[in-house]
Write a protein that binds this ligand. Structure first.
Ligand code: TEU
Ligand code: CA
Length: 543
């Protein structure tokens, strides 16, 4: 067994986690000061969103120096201390590796744009104009063309994200070797591994308008493994919006020596209109959603591994997205926790999720920081959408939802900072905060803590086979886990209304392992479920 197979990972978005010096920006000493809290929660690793030098066009996902810490976040000594203090508490630090692109202020790009024959020119992707225009109509994820014209050299460079995020040219061997060197710098410091940003894009063929899953993608990952990860006890998780169960096997089959696992996004895209963008909203069909998640649960035997998550720094908060963040905030937050943490794979918790933090509501674009939302706003205004429609989409899907500061206590600015927070703290911090959660045994936090411990204590949760129950029920998500004669049954009602279900072949003797409504018994022929009720029982030849 690998350490990450029964681990739970916690994602820290450093800008919003904890400020230590009153400048309103979360920082590394702030994270270190909260390690005791994370130890109490019981997590094994932190996925740390980028803390490297960056002009912050995309909040750190535009890196100008991979081996320097952004002064806003602290120093390399602070980083070393975080790694060391984490280690003392059994918490590994998994770095965010953003190597599909750099910042345009990275020295490689500064050099590259100096002239066509610069030694770094080929580290990036340049094309001549075609009929005085961009080479083709590839678009950037942040709106507009993916090509920007460089006046001085008369060529276009490719950027699948903002124009300040030029794409690296993975065809260039020297560039690849420089990336591996940089990775080894971090691995030698003792980090726990990497989360690889949009890694499915590195094999792109821009001339053929092929971005994800290019022909050499897996060769590059194998080469990367050979030069960096081989022989090291670290975890890697690729961010792959394009992943299918088949492609996920290519990444995560241990025999192939690529990555430990990938993030797949199938279940995250079902509340948007097919073929359109994340902003084109559609109601979630729970049956379809259950099927998507279940497909991934049964996809791997010995040849792959799943990651499990409801949200991250790019997505809305789960309790607001699919739960009810008003009347049933606590119940629904626990419900989604129970549902996810008893599945097969490595669970990820996004900061604040463990206390049931909610989306925020904005009424003006001036309140928005995120480049993705801002660009979309202006583009859609021009296309004739109404302000109200666009702001509604941002409230539902915008990335700032996840980026408001963590709510630590009920003091001013939620204990996040003594200064002015870079992004406003949500007004509900007075009741939703860590201090409250720790003191209340019935809080969302305590359910997360319990679920993390259950995973440690019960191999059935880590290894058991998954079987979907009640596949056609549009309100209740039910599944079974089976492992060496042991059986777990998990029921979760994703509904504001009471629900009733009946299940066959259920154990008569069982123990209720976790519940969000103090349930102690189940009548399988007629299970009455309260709004967002979730529970799990354990039964079988338990040794
Ligand atoms: O996200 C990849 C990505 O495709 C996002 O743009 C995603 O489509 C969008 O945010 C969903 O709302 C990664 C990082 O997680 C994101 O924060 C970065 O902005 C992006 O890469 C570029 O590095
Ligand atoms: Ca700070």
């Amino acid at each position: 067994m690998k350490w990450w197979q029964n681990a739970v990972v916690y994602q820290v978005y450093p800008r919003s986690f904890q400020d230590s010096n009153g400048d309103g920006i979360g920082d590394i000493p702030g994270i270190t000061s909260r390690l005791d809290y994370l130890e109490e929660l019981g997590i094994d690793a932190i996925w740390l969103s980028p803390v490297y030098a960056s002009p912050n066009d995309d909040n750190g996902y535009d890196i100008s120096d991979y081996q320097a810490i952004h002064p806003e976040f602290g120093t390399m000594e602070d980083m070393d201390e975080l790694i060391a203090e984490g280690e003392k508490r059994g918490i590994r630090i998994v770095m965010d590796l953003v190597v599909n692109h750099t910042s345009d202020e990275h020295n490689w790009f500064v050099e590259a744009r100096k002239s066509k024959d610069n030694a770094y020119r080929d580290y990036y992707i340049w094309r001549d104009p075609v009929d005085g225009q961009a080479p083709n109509d590839l678009t950037s994820a942040f709106n507009g063309s993916a090509w920007t014209f460089d006046e001085d050299s008369g060529q276009y460079y490719l950027h699948l994200f903002s124009r300040k995020q030029p794409d690296l040219n993975w065809e260039n061997e020297r560039m690849r070797q420089d990336v591996y060197k940089m990775m080894n710098f971090w691995l030698d410091k003792g980090v726990g591994g990497f989360r690889l940003d949009v890694i499915d894009l590195i094999g792109k063929l821009p001339d053929e308008k092929l971005t994800a899953n290019g022909p050499k993608l897996h060769d590059y990952l194998k080469e990367m493994h050979e030069h960096t990860l081989k022989g090291r006890d670290v975890m890697t998780v690729g961010e792959t919006w394009s992943a299918t169960p088949d492609s996920a096997k290519l990444y995560s089959d241990p025999a192939r020596n690529e990555l430990s696992m990938v993030f797949q996004f199938e279940h995250m895209m079902l509340d948007e209109q097919p073929g359109k963008t994340k902003w084109d909203l559609k109601e979630l069909d729970l049956v379809e959603w259950k099927q998507a998640l279940s497909k991934w649960q049964v996809a791997f035997k010995e040849d792959g591994w799943n990651s499990l998550f409801w949200n991250n720094h790019d997505t809305p908060r789960v309790v607001s997205r699919w739960g009810n963040d008003d009347t049933y905030r606590i119940e629904s937050a626990k419900c989604f926790a129970i549902l996810l943490h008893l599945m097969k794979g490595t669970p990820y918790i996004y900061q604040g999720e463990e206390i049931g933090m909610t989306n925020r509501i904005i009424t003006s674009i001036d309140e928005v920081d995120d480049i993705e939302s801002r660009n979309m706003y202006h583009e859609r205004l021009e296309q004739g959408y109404s302000k109200e429609e666009i702001l509604h989409a941002i409230n539902v899907k915008g990335r700032d939802n996840a980026r408001t500061p963590v709510q630590w206590d009920s003091s001013e600015h939620a204990g996040f900072t003594t200064g002015k927070p870079w992004l406003a703290v949500q007004p509900n911090y007075t009741s939703i905060n860590v201090e409250q959660a720790l003191s209340d045994k019935e809080s969302v936090f305590h359910t997360y803590k319990q679920l993390i411990q259950l995973r440690k204590d019960h191999p059935a949760i880590v290894w058991g086979d998954y079987i979907l129950l009640l596949p056609d029920n549009p309100n209740v998500f039910a599944y079974e886990r089976q492992y060496q004669g042991e059986k777990w049954v998990v029921l979760a009602s994703i509904s504001d209304e009471k629900q009733k279900v009946s299940l066959d072949d259920m154990p008569t003797e069982y123990e209720v392992m976790v519940t969000n409504y103090n349930r102690s018994a189940v009548d399988w022929n007629s299970v009455d479920l309260n709004p967002y009720e979730a529970f799990a029982v354990r039964a079988g030849e338990i040794n």
